[in-house]
Design a protein around this ligand. Sequence first.
Ligand code: FO1
Length: 325
Amino acid sequence: MNTVGIDITDCRYLVVSGGVGGAKLALGMYLELSGEELLVVGNVGDDFRHWGLHISPDLDTLMYTLAGVADPDRGWGRAEESWTVLETLSDLGGIDWFRLGDRDLAIHLERTVRINDGETLSTVTRRLCQAFGVTATLVPPTNSAVRTMVETTDRTLSFQEYFVRERCEPTVTRLQYQGASQAKLLPEIGELLTGPELTAVILTPSNPYLSLDPILEIADLRQRLATSPAPVVAVSPLIQSRAFKGPTAKIMMELGFEVSTLTIAQHYSDVLDGIVIDSADHELSNAIENLGIKVWITDTDMANEQEKRRLAAEVISFSETIARK
Ligand code: FO1
C-alpha cells in the first residue's frame, strides 16, 4: 500500500454526508470512534470549476471539520482566513461571488495541479487529509463527474450558481444529478458494503435532495444500500418543519412535499432500517415505524462539540441494536 492508498480494512461505519450539517455528525462520530473505523463518503454534486480550479466544497468542509480547522461561524472554509486574492481580484473586476480565501485557495490549487497530472479525486483527497492529519478515510463516492443541476421556474442553474450566487432565491422545480447513473462507484465503497466488517451505514442530517441524493443516485448505490447486510440509519435534518441549516425546508415545499421528518423517512424508506428523530417530532414515530423503520428519539440539535459527540454516541448504539438484515 503506498502512502495515498485507500485502506478500508478497519472501517466499521460508512458515513454518507453533504457539507456543513452532515459534517457536524461526521465530527461527532470521528471523536467517538477511532479514525480508522470511519469511511466518510462526501457529496461531489456541488463540485465545479471556478477561477480555472477544481473546487470540491463538501469534501473540503468535511476535511476541514475533521481536521479542526473549519471556520466555526461560516461552517465552510478555513478559520483564521485572509481574503487578499479575492479582494484583489474583485478590484480588478473579476468574478467574486464565490468567496475563496487565501488558505483555502492553496487546497484548490494543489487539487487541480494533481488532477491535471492524472491523479484521481479520491487519491488527491486522501493525500490532502493525510497532510491535515485526518485519520478517518474521506472519499468522493466516485471519481467520475457528477453535477447537481437545479431547474428553477425560469432557468437551469449549476448548484453553486443556485446556492451562492442566487442565494437559493429562485423557485426549484426539479433537481438533476448529471452523470450520476453512468458514474462508477468507488470500488472500496462497494467492497465495504458487501463485506462482513461493516457495522452500519449512517446517512447524516444533510439536505436529502441537494446533498445525499447526488451520492445515492450514483451507479447502483441506492440498491446496494437496500441489500447491504449492515443496517442503514439516517438522522433527520428536520426538527418539526425547520432545517438545521440551509434551504431544505424551502426546497421541500417547492417540490411539493410536506416539510416533515415523515417525508424524509418516506423518501429513504427503501434503504432505511432506522432513523433518529428529534424529541419535538416524537408523535411521528408510529407513522414512521409503520413504514418498517425503527425510530430513536433524542435531541438532534448539535449546537456544540459535546452535543455532536452525544448524538454520535446515540446513533452508534442505536445502529448496533438494529439486527443485521
Ligand atoms: N458558501 C456561501 O454561501 N458563499 C460562498 O462564497 C462560499 C464559498 C465557499 C468556498 C469554498 C468552500 O469549500 C465552500 C464555500 N461555500 C460558500 C459553501 C458551499 O457553497 C456550500 O456549503 C456547499 O456546497 C453546500 O453543502
